[in-house]
Design a protein around this ligand. Structure first.
Ligand code: GDP
Ligand code: IMO
Ligand code: MG
Length: 432
């Protein structure tokens, strides 16, 4: 597949669509890969031969030796996870010296964010979101609230940061004690951590907005790596069962710090079925043998938390909403191999609510929980397809399944994936 200009990769479902694999493939033709949102709630898998990398913060482009990787200002960064990831890359034989940059305006996730995430979830009972407990929500809350926030750049103002950490931890501990009866976090330990975080991050920090502007002016090719998925977008997803940032294509410009008009192509990534982790509505969910079969065949257990993913049929109504919202140009359809062996596949084409067929996708969770999915049946195929290398060589029913989804999505499916490895990818060149 030949990239034209700057490209963005976004998830079209509730995350884990295999954005890591697509980003890795497209990195080959990119100069700079930019992660622009979320934090270590993400888990992106890249398989290179017998090596598997699970990346949470560092862009998936890092395994390509000549690609510059940028963690932009929209990210909430946990320095301890970042340090561990650097170690994993070293262990996997990946050299990153001189080609990894972190924005000074990214926000720092501290242990009190993770503690608050856990306590809030435990306290929420039935209303809980099922977060990854990585401190994402509390850190973005602090960002929006401003007075308790710490940016990466703050870590390097040695005197000011100590006062800042003391003030914030005092506030946090009072809050955590009053709200949850928690002892909070030790203040001296947080001061020491802030100093250590500065040392971990120092070699990588720069003004990434200026860096990206320069790259754009020099005609370098940029690839933006989305995290989470459009249906988890804080503004456009199934609120409140979402993450705390803009996970749709709408979030690229603000999160990365680039003009919206520099993005030439948006590639939307979707599984050939649907999964979701955590709570929240999922109309096409199959909490039964069908879902269990998908989970086992697709190894649908969280990359970050190991939680079993909820599994169900492809939801064309939801995915088309994501495509239209983000202005997606092409779709990459992943994990088609998982669907081998089903006699009949169902595709959700719409929702019925109070007896009426809905015209537009409802992001209101109260509506979503009561919708009835409308399905059409599609004949399945028996053959394993993970060894297929050309679209034309897929079983006829697999090809017609892809083409039917393409019609329902009103968007070309330019890439079909039949396994985690780079070679297990079918490019439909005529659509690229
Ligand atoms: P991401 O968060 O969107 O990057 O996706 P994850 O890495 O969390 O989950 C996708 C999983 O599917 C990973 O374990 C990938 O190695 C795997 N994977 C990617 N593409 C395929 C495929 O076409 N078939 C199968 N069976 N697995 C795939
Ligand atoms: P990648 O980038 C799947 C989900 C969580 C929870 C909700 C809020 O690997 O696709 P958070 O910790 O963000 O406050 O949790 O969002 N979630 C993801 N689900 N893939 C992800 O990332 C996710 N990131 C967050 O399970 O339901
Ligand atoms: Mg993932």
């Amino acid at each position: 597949m030949k990239l034209r200009g700057n490209t963005c990769v976004v998830g079209l479902q509730w995350g884990d669509e295999a954005k890591g694999k697509i980003t890795d493939l497209l990195s080959e033709q990119s100069d700079v890969v930019v992660r622009f949102l979320g934090g270590s709630n993400a888990g992106h898998t890249v398989v290179v031969g017998d090596r598997t990398f699970k990346l949470h913060l560092i862009p998936s482009g890092i395994v390509h030796e000549d690609v510059l990787c940028v963690i932009a200002g929209g990210v909430v960064l946990d320095p301890e996870v970042f340090e561990q990831e650097l170690q994993n890359l070293c262990d996997g034989g990946v050299r990153f010296e001189g080609r990894l940059r972190i924005s000074q305006t990214a926000h720092v996730v501290f242990p009190y964010h993770k503690l608050e995430d856990q306590l809030r979830e435990t306290d929420s009972g039935k209303g809980k979101i099922g977060t990854t407990a990585r401190g994402i929500g509390p850190c973005y809350c602090d960002k929006a609230g401003r007075t308790q926030a710490i940016r990466v750049g703050n870590l390097f103002h040695a005197d000011a940061i100590e006062q800042q950490v003391r003030r914030i931890v005092d506030y946090k501990n009072r809050l955590l004690t009053a709200m949850y009866g928690s002892a909070g976090v030790p203040v001296e330990q947080m001061v020491a951590k802030a100093r250590r975080y500065a040392e971990i991050l120092r070699p990588f920090v720069c003004d990434t907005t200026a860096l990206l502007q320069e790259a754009i002016a020099d005609g370098r090719r940029l690839l933006f790596e989305g995290a989470q998925g459009t249906l988890l977008d804080i503004d456009h997803g199934t609120f409140p069962y979402v993450t705390s940032s803009n996970a749709s294509a709408c979030g690229v410009s603000a999160g990365a710090g680039v003009p919206a008009k520099v993005i030439d192509t948006i590639v939307g990534v979707a599984k050939a079925y649907t999964t979701r982790v955590g709570t929240g509505p999922f109309p096409s969910e199959q909490d039964n043998d069908i879902g269990n079969r998908i989970r086992e065949r697709g190894h649908e257990y969280g990359t970050t938390t190991g939680r079993p993913r909820r599994c169900g049929w492809f939801d064309a109504f939801a995915t088309r909403y994501s495509i239209k919202l983000g202005g997606v140009d092409k779709v990459a359809l992943m994990l088609l191999d998982v669907l081998s062996g089903f006699q009949t596949l169902k595709i959700c084409t719409g929702y019925r609510y109070k007896g009426q067929l809905l015209k537009s996708f409802p992001t209101d969770a109260e509506v979503m929980k009561d919708v009835e999915p409308v399905y059409e049946d599609h004949p399945g195929w028996a053959e394993e397809i993970d060894g297929v290398r050309e679209f034309a060589d897929l079983p006829a029913n697999a090809r017609s399944y892809v083409k039917r989804l393409e019609t329902l999505l009103e968007t070309p499916i330019a890439i079909v994936s039949v396994g985690p490895e780079r070679t297990q990818t079918l490019f439909r060149e005529e659509l690229i």
